[in-house]
Design a protein around this ligand. Structure first.
Ligand code: KIV
Length: 269
């Protein structure tokens, strides 16, 4: 089973790593066959599985349920689980919430935030819970951000995001996840932290790992398709088409052919 140490070693060796969201046992088995390196039980399940229009209605019980289903079926990938909206607003909430998803089978907990999350990161890390901090476009704050859109579009905003990364890394964050930021910023942050794996979604090709929502990369998104999404199903056919598409994604991340320039935000900072 891939561990946090393996992801750190991949970074040190310059080996890219793949990550996809996953919520159920069948897909988790397909990921195991395709040797996907890491899995995110994302609170995006509020939209992809439950049909809501945001991640806000997702509960901790939902996250624990889906984490357990995925872990039972996949013994290969490193598993991260989101703490959903308002389940880590206080230190005690964060500890109890993280305990629940770790006991369900997660190897790491992901939380959305910035410097303000530093104390929570420190306390959870001290309690044996590795933390991934999700920065940039943070969907749980969609109503504060005013929509799902590119973040850190100016040098000042990029420097603020870098300062947030520095604060959570100093507090013990073990992985950073950057969503929807200029490719240049994805590269700067990845290079700034030689020992912290950085995962990107719409953050350019230079981050150490890439993540996509699995429904998006299988072409099962029937609404708006984000710029950073590639449909890996288009060239597949036959009974193993889904596994083949997942294998193609894994290969494209490892050889840096995904994301291509058309999937990235090129903004001069
Ligand atoms: O919930 C999720 O699926 C996520 C990814 C979009 C990174 O946070």
């Amino acid at each position: 089973m891939i561990s946090l140490s393996d992801l750190r070693r991949f970074k040190a060796e310059g080996r890219k790593f793949s990550c996809l969201t996953c919520y159920d046992a069948s897909m988790a088995k397909a990921f195991e066959i395709a040797e996907i390196d890491s899995i995110l039980i994302g609170d995006s399940l509020g939209m992809t599985i439950q049909g809501h229009d945001s991640t806000l209605p997702v509960t901790l019980e939902d996250m624990a349920y889906h984490t357990a289903a995925v872990r039972r079926s996949n013994q290969h990938a490193f598993i991260m689980t989101d703490l959903p909206f308002m389940t880590y607003a206080t230190l005690n909430d964060a500890l109890q919430s993280a305990k629940k998803v770790m006991q369900a089978g997660a190897q790491m907990v992901k939380m959305e935030g910035g410097a303000w999350l530093a104390e929570t990161v420190e306390v959870l890390t001290r309690n044996g819970i590795p933390i991934c901090v999700h920065l940039g476009l943070t969907p749980q704050s969609v109503h504060v951000l005013g929509g799902y859109k590119l973040q850190a579009r100016s040098r000042a905003a990029a420097d603020q995001l870098i300062a947030d990364c520095q604060a959570v890394v100093a507090a013990g964050a073990a992985i950073l996840l950057l969503e929807c930021v200029p490719a240049q910023l994805g590269q700067e942050i990845t290079e700034l932290f030689p020992h912290i794996p950085v995962i990107g979604i719409g953050a350019g090709v230079d981050t150490d790992g890439q993540v996509l929502v699995v429904q998006d990369m299988l072409g099962l998104n029937f609404g708006h398709t984000a710029k950073f999404v590639r449909n890996f199903m288009t060239e597949q056919s036959g009974a193993t088409a889904i596994v083949d598409a997942i294998k193609a994604y894994h290969a494209a991340v490892l050889d840096s052919t995904f994301p291509a320039p058309e999937h990235t935000f090129q903004v001069e900072l």
